[in-house]
Design a protein around this ligand. Structure first.
Ligand code: AMP
Ligand code: ZN
Ligand code: FE
Ligand code: FE
Length: 285
């Protein structure tokens, strides 16, 4: 069984529609794929309808969160949630709030870039998002289109990363509240790419302990942005705390170079995840 538990479609900042993503997953020989768009479940319906026979789809999401250290500014963290009830009212409301945050923060970044003379317009970024969840990859796409940079990667390496003067933060969910919401909705919360330093500051083991206390059930261990040492460390933490471990590609279509299935999840860990999720069911058959 080949299982990839973290992918993004054009419903957020990937480039494949949900139907294309599932076709890509099947063609890559995956048996199970989770659709985990940022802060939305809008892809679940299209994915259920478009699912190729023989491919199992795990409904999921990647929630934009923050960890609040005592002595530093908040750290951006991502929380994967699987098999939760998409209609749980408090969770629905929090996702809507995050999407609004993404709009105002995206506009702030674009305004700062435009003020510095870069030829980019908010209207165009909105258009590129196709009415879905806006993220920096859409701004990157507009910068490529305008000829400012050659690629989305170059946009992130220069103008859009967290160290750029044009970067703006958003008021993401306190990760402990995010974990509680996923659990309240019957879902399985898994800390995404928890040691990926290239994305910005990372949290320490103390924060992971606190997340476990808040109800965290898993760690994403095998991820393209983790080194072998980081994977070993996370696997050790998971063993210490009795957490499940996942592996995934974080596929974003052509917005990133990582192919679908680049990292995969152990079938026994997948079974544990299925057993823990009670808010919704996989699309299968
Ligand atoms: P945002 O969610 O708006 O903060 O944008 C960050 C998202 O962009 C993350 O989900 C990244 O995985 C994604 N992303 C897509 N392409 C790239 C890239 N080339 N470099 C870094 N991040 C990228
Ligand atoms: Zn993304
Ligand atoms: Fe992420
Ligand atoms: Fe992701």
């Amino acid at each position: 069984m080949r299982i990839d538990l973290h992918t993004h479609s054009s419903v957020s900042d990937g480039t494949d529609t949900p139907a294309q993503l599932l076709a890509t997953a099947a063609a890559a020989g995956l048996d199970v794929v989770a659709l985990t768009d940022h802060d939305t479940t809008a892809g679940w319906g299209p994915a259920e309808l478009a699912r190729p026979a023989g491919l199992t789809v795990v409904p999921g999401m990647e929630l934009s969160c923050r960890w609040f250290p005592d002595d530093q500014p908040p750290i951006s963290v991502h929380l994967l949630g699987y098999l939760f009830d998409p209609l749980h009212p408090a969770f629905v409301a929090e996702r809507a709030r995050l999407r609004e945050e993404r709009l105002s923060r995206g506009e702030r970044i674009v305004t700062a870039l435009a003020a510095a003379g870069y030829p980019v317009e908010w209207e165009e970024v909105l258009q590129r998002s196709g009415g879905g969840v806006v993220g920096r990859p859409h701004i990157a796409g507009a910068l490529v289109e305008a000829g400012v940079v050659e690629s989305v990667d170059e946009a992130f390496a220069t103008l859009l990363n967290h160290r750029s003067p044009y970067y703006a933060t958003k008021a993401d969910t306190d990760v402990r509240d995010g974990i509680a919401l996923v659990r309240a909705a019957g879902g399985v919360p898994v800390f995404a790419h928890g040691m990926a330093r290239s994305r910005g500051r990372i949290v320490g083991d103390g924060a992971i302990n606190a997340m476990v206390d808040a109800g965290l059930l898993g760690l994403e261990v095998d991820h393209p942005d983790h080194t072998a040492e980081e994977r070993d460390h996370l696997r050790g933490l998971a063993a210490d705390h009795g957490l499940l471990t996942t592996g995934s590609s974080d596929y974003h279509g052509t917005n990133k170079r990582t192919p679908i299935g680049a990292c995969t999840t152990d079938p026994a860990q997948y079974e544990a995840l299925l057993a823990a999720g009670t808010g919704s069911a996989v699309f299968t058959g």
